[in-house]
Design a protein around this ligand. Structure first.
Ligand code: MOS
Length: 766
């Protein structure tokens, strides 16, 4: 037998394994699911912002042919609140009282044979409300800022004294507006009961969360609930919480004794699946004349619904951002009569980094220092909050290599000094980082007698490339050709997986998949350890190489046997191994990782020896601003990214481009607008403007850095990195182009031209 050639697919740019299915229209999203006897549910939502339902007339609706049920708070069963999640409480269950807490709250549901019947009946429901005056402003005396329940104030040194003593200071207030997640896939739930067993096809980033939530709502065993979502259709964080409409779809199916489909309309998406809440942030920076940061004070307030809790880490990244001896970071929340917020792409960190990185830019002008030089000067060589060395940190390479690729040296530091024809040209930069996050995750790996591998976990692929990178990883770890590896996800009957969120799934799931696959090879090796008929008899995992669907003694290529042959001889259909990812910094000395077909020991530095670093990036932006019209084009972006080990440069690059597109939208376009009564004005993609291809031009992504040392896989998670810091990089470029500092997002034409406009007062009133 010839010498094995091991070609690791991990690290190579690969197309999506599910790409063909998607472009052929053969990928089944929850909205596509149809079943015999399927009935349809339509939601009726509150047209007032605050108050009580005084009367609700359903007779006309019930008289429509085909109507199977009309459910309101008057006849809905008690639905217990879903269990506490690792990320905080779930939203309140629907239809539990006459109270209206926000515009667009679900107040009734019609179930009918056809969608049109349900829509017609829903339109005939007449509701009279007792209206109260909604609380819509941070300044409303009926509300006040409350401490964030899960985010403690982070303090080091004495920021007040340091600010008083600083040579140079920047004190500024930044605001961000509400943004709404707008995945193209409308959120849909199809529910089917079989006795007390419930199957649900649901647009979610977290099948096991939906399973547990529905089990609580209906008082049934979680084992009796199955949640399926092989394809998501985009979510951007909207699928991280289990929203009331999911419970309502299951309730509809229970009452109608039929399978029921519930699809949110685009308008309903704006009030039903969360949004990025608005923020007001005060940043105070102090520095010595030579540009050393001496004080960073970050105070943030964000909005929250009247009866909900949301973890919103606006300021948590700040203390770790720069080597500064005196730092204070605190976040509060203000209860308003707004639809329940949720998480949207780098929740908190996207908003917080806008304020911090804008203020750092302002400081660079106050000091007369290049903005990159200022950042390099204050680079945190160790974690400044704990003093521990980073598990990996290539941020300085991001600055250096990114600046070179971008051509930063051509920048004239003087604002409004660069032109291209008639247009003002600005260069801006910002730092980005994302907190490391790896929740527990399980995976199962099997090799079958036909030589194929099937690896699976109850995770999701929200478009990030999970199917693809996990297939690649399993192929390498098992030495099975990638065409013979299938990766399964999107099914709560598979092993427990966390949400695809917090940029944590590739790490969590990848470490579980790698462990399962290594242990599966070990199981094959053990199986033949005393098998006289096997050329592998007596071998150890350390001494083998996997390739071509089998195992070889590394030093003796002739001693090779396929998995299929081993299974056949041992009369086994398959060998299956389940494994769980080790928490970061907690691998045992027996942990082995697969590398180029071989298995090598891996020991992570303990969490007490190293600070687990998330991903880092530096964004470089060129904007073109029309000095007469105030129109802004993001002409060019270079993002230099330390994402640790990159499993697939193509899908990772896609993630960065997507984040940049989201950042361009956040900086320039996106704004969820309500009128003075709290009713939503932006209810379609015509009114809520997101970045399209014409807005996202020349984007260049380069990856720098090394695999992170804290986990066997070495990834860091790049999903939400690029939107972090992006709005600041654009705002900083706009300032450089025009000399106008815009501290409130989105950066509109009026703001650039320096006109006072109503939107400049946002967001103290919604
Ligand atoms: Mo992201 S907001 O954690 O899907």
């Amino acid at each position: 037998m010839s010498t094995a050639t091991i070609v690791d697919v991990v690290g190579t740019a690969r197309d999506r394994v599910d790409g063909r299915l998607k472009v052929m229209g053969a990928a089944t999203y929850p909205i596509d699911v149809t079943l015999p006897g399927l009935a349809h549910a339509v939601l009726v939502q509150s047209t007032v912002t605050s108050g009580r339902i005084r009367q609700i007339a359903v007779d006309a609706a019930e008289g429509i042919p085909g109507v199977l049920a009309v459910i309101t708070h008057l006849n809905a069963p008690t639905l217990p609140r879903a269990p506490m999640t690792p990320l905080g409480p779930s939203p309140m269950p629907p239809l539990q009282s006459d109270a209206v807490l926000h515009y667009g709250q679900h107040v009734a549901m019609v179930v009918a044979e056809t969608l049109v019947q349900a829509q017609e009946a829903a339109a005939l429901i007449e509701i009279t409300y007792q209206r109260d005056t909604p609380v819509l402003s941070f300044d409303d005396p009926r509300t006040s800022a409350v401490s964030h329940p899960w985010i403690p104030d982070q303090v080091r040194g004495d920021v007040t004294r340091a600010l008083a003593a600083a040579d140079v200071k920047v004190v500024a207030t930044y605001t961000t507006v509400e943004n709404t997640n707008n995945p193209i896939g409308l959120f849909a739930t199809v529910a089917v009961w079989d006795g007390d067993a419930l199957t649900v096809h649901d647009t979610t980033q977290w099948p096991h969360g939906v399973r547990d939530s529905l089990a609580t709502a209906f008082g049934i065993d979680p084992g009796g609930v199955r949640v399926l979502v092989p394809f998501v259709g985009g979510a951007f964080g909207a699928g991280l919480r289990v929203w009331p409409h999911v419970t309502l779809a299951a309730l509809a199916a229970r009452v109608a004794k039929r399978p029921v489909k519930l699809v949110l309309t685009r308008a309903q998406m704006f009030t039903s699946v969360g949004h990025r809440p608005n923020t007001i942030q005060q940043l105070s920076l102090g520095a010595s004349r030579d540009g050393r940061l001496t004080a960073v004070d970050h105070v943030a307030a964000s909005s929250i619904g009247m009866a909900d809790e949301l973890l919103n880490p606006i300021t948590t990244g700040t203390p770790e951002s720069y080597a500064c001896p005196n730092v204070s970071a605190r976040a509060t929340q203000v209860r308003l009569s707004i639809p329940t917020p949720g998480w949207m792409r780098a929740p908190g960190e996207a908003e917080g980094s806008f304020a911090l990185e804008s203020a750092i830019d302002e400081l660079s002008y106050a000091l007369g220092l290049d903005p990159i030089e200022l950042r390099v000067k204050n680079h945190a060589k160790v974690n400044p909050q704990t003093g521990l060395p980073w598990s990996s940190n290539a941020l300085l390479d991001c600055y250096r290599q990114g600046a070179e690729r971008f051509g930063w040296a051509a920048r004239n530091p003087k604002p409004r000094s660069m032109r291209k024809g008639h247009l003002l040209v600005g260069y801006g930069v910002a730092r980005a980082s994302l907190t490391a996050y790896q929740p527990p995750c399980k995976a199962v790996a099997s090799i079958r007698r036909d030589g194929t591998a099937f690896v699976r976990s109850g995770a999701t692929d929200i478009g990030t490339g999970t199917y693809t990178v996990m297939t690649m990883l399993a192929a390498d770890c098992l030495g099975v050709p990638i065409e013979r590896v299938r990766f399964g996800l999107g099914d709560s009957a598979m092993p427990n997986a966390p949400q695809e969120g917090g940029s944590g799934l590739t790490g969590a799931l990848g470490n579980a998949v790698q462990t399962a696959c290594v242990n599966l090879v070990r199981a094959f090796v053990n199986r033949v350890s005393d098998d006289e008929a096997s050329p592998l008899k007596g071998c150890r995992l350390e001494a083998v190489t996997v390739r071509d669907g089998g195992i070889q003694i590394t030093d003796d290529p002739a001693r090779f046997e396929t998995y299929a042959d081993i299974l056949t001889r041992h009369r086994l259909d398959e060998i299956t191994i389940e494994a769980e990812s080790a928490p970061p910094g907690e691998t045992s000395s027996a942990t082995m990782i697969a590398s180029a077909g071989r298995f090598v020991p891996f020991t992570a530095p303990s969490t007490g020896a190293r600070a687990h670093a998330g991903a880092f990036a530096a964004h470089f932006v060129e904007v073109h601003v029309d000095p007469d019209l105030g129109t802004i084009r993001v002409a060019r972006v270079v993002s230099a990214v330390d994402g640790g080990r990159i499993l697939n440069p193509k899908t990772a690059r896609n993630q960065i481009i997507g984040g940049i597109a989201g950042g361009i939208g956040m900086a320039l376009l996106e704004e969820t607008v309500s009128d003075r009564t709290g009713r939503l004005a932006t209810t379609s993609l015509a009114e809520y403007v997101v970045a399209v291809n014409a807005d996202v031009r020349d984007v260049d992504v380069l990856f720098v850095g090394q695999p992170d040392s804290m986990t066997p896989l070495g990834t860091k998670g790049v999903g939400e990195l690029a939107i972090t810091g992006m709005a600041a990089a654009i705002a900083n470029a706009v300032y450089h182009a025009t000399g106008t500092r815009v501290r409130s997002l989105p950066i509109s034409i009026e703001k650039v031209l320096g006109h006072k406009s109503s939107s400049m007062q946002a967001p103290s009133t919604r």
